[in-house]
Design a protein around this ligand. Structure first.
Ligand SMILES: [Zn+2]
Length: 84
């Protein structure tokens, strides 16, 4: 399984098979992060983003419904006032 890790020296992602960073020459001793883990993290972030967006939209819809109800209440009240 191919995996990548992040260089301590320059922060670039490099193949974990490298013992030295090809960019800055820093020796690689740190924890290896498999690609699948990175992908899982990214898909989780994407999933959370979509969920947050959906939550925000449904919250806005709810607030709009409240506003609409409030407006129709006001309109009805003013119509009643005008009837007198
Ligand atoms: Zn480096």
């Amino acid at each position: 399984m191919q995996s990548v890790c992040v260089c301590r020296g320059c922060g670039r992602s490099i193949n974990s098979e490298f013992l030295f960073c090809p960019w800055c020459g820093c020796e690689q001793l740190q924890v290896i992060v498999p690609e699948q883990v990175i992908e899982a993290v990214f898909s989780r972030i994407e999933h959370l983003r979509i969920r947050e967006r959906t939550n925000r939209i449904s919250k806005l819809e709810h607030e709009l419904n409240d506003l609409e109800a409030e407006l129709s209440r006001l309109i009805t009240a003013s119509e009643k006032k005008n009837e007198r």
